[in-house]
Ligand binder design. Structure first.
Ligand code: HBI
Ligand code: FE
Length: 287
């Protein structure tokens, strides 16, 4: 992944944090948040993990306007000991992990332009705060995020950040969770996107495969379109357990001997929940 410059941008602290400067948001920016919020709030009940909706409620995120990170952090701190801090954009991997390991979630403070309402590549305040923050109010998920940060610091020392980043991608960003007989969304990249919320859950195109740590770490991902494969965890408890109970160092070493898997590969050993038609990816290629 492209790395930002290693020294902080002008005006940022050594850890890349900046002031949110909440009073500088314009009425139009708050209104854009409200529009994005209303659209997802109408879509997600019944489709998202219940812990996400509880988080929105506990953090009072249904109030109008872009949330004030200070107030959000007060509530989050009481609940799980997490804080939300503002950054200008992507921060270097090591710093990102250090923040997570210390229960600080770094969030972009800017909001997308109205013409980017459906898609932008860099994480803005709607993706970061609406997408990521509600689950930080869940004690188990909150521990998972910290464990990921700690794992990141160790992966950095072992030269294995790329493998660990795949875990983040297929869980924190694009994860699905089993719920009774059905599936629910929890990945921030999905729940902050109207179209991908529908696609990930209901479209016949993508594969949906039972989560397996080793399998996920071998799997490439795409950043330019909907995922071609989603991985499904059984519960946040299972995800946390798999992450804290596995010694990643021998796993990274073993994976050196194995080839990477393509974004649409289905293995005979996979626990297949849905085998996708991949019609969506194919239609994009023909465009
Ligand atoms: N910085 N602000 C920000 N947000 C991220 O999600 C982020 C980052 N830096 C690195 C990073 N993510 C990932 O590439 C790591 O998980 C490897
Ligand atoms: Fe994200």
């Amino acid at each position: 992944m492209a790395q930002p410059a290693s020294s902080p941008p002008e005006g940022a602290a050594a850890d890349w944090t900046i002031s949110q400067d909440w009073s500088a948001y314009t009425a139009a920016e708050h209104a854009l948040w409200d529009r994005l919020f209303a659209r997802q709030a109408a879509l997600l009940p019944g489709r998202v993990a219940p812990q996400f909706l509880e988080g929105l409620d506990i953090l009072r995120m249904d109030r109008p306007g872009i949330p004030d990170f200070g107030r959000l952090s007060e509530r989050l701190m009481q609940r799980t000991g997490w804080q939300v801090v503002a950054v200008p954009g992507l921060v270097p991997d090591r710093l990102f992990f250090e923040h997570l390991a210390n229960r600080r979630f770094v969030a972009g403070r800017f909001i997308r332009r109205p013409d980017q309402i459906d898609y932008l590549q860099e994480p803005d305040v709607f993706h970061d705060v609406f997408g990521h923050v509600p689950l930080l109010a869940d004690p188990v998920f909150a521990d998972y995020m910290q464990a990921y940060g700690q794992g990141g610091l160790r992966a950095d020392a072992l030269g294995a950040i790329d493998r660990l980043a795949r875990l983040y991608w297929y869980t924190v960003e694009f994860g699905l969770v089993r719920d009774g007989g059905g599936l629910k969304l929890y990945g921030a990249g999905i729940v902050s996107s109207h179209a991908e919320s529908l696609f990930a859950l209901e479209d016949p195109s993508p594969n949906r495969i039972g989560f397996d740590l080793r399998r996920v770490m071998r799997t490439r991902y795409r950043i330019d379109d909907y995922q071609q494969t989603y991985f499904v965890i059984d519960s946040f408890d299972d995800l946390l357990r798999a992450t804290v109970e596995t010694d990643f160092a021998p796993l990274y070493a073993a994976l050196e001997q194995r080839s990477d898997l393509d974004i649409d590969t289905v293995l005979p050993t996979d626990r297949i929940i849905t085998r996708g038609t991949q019609a969506h990816a194919r239609s994009r290629k023909e465009e």
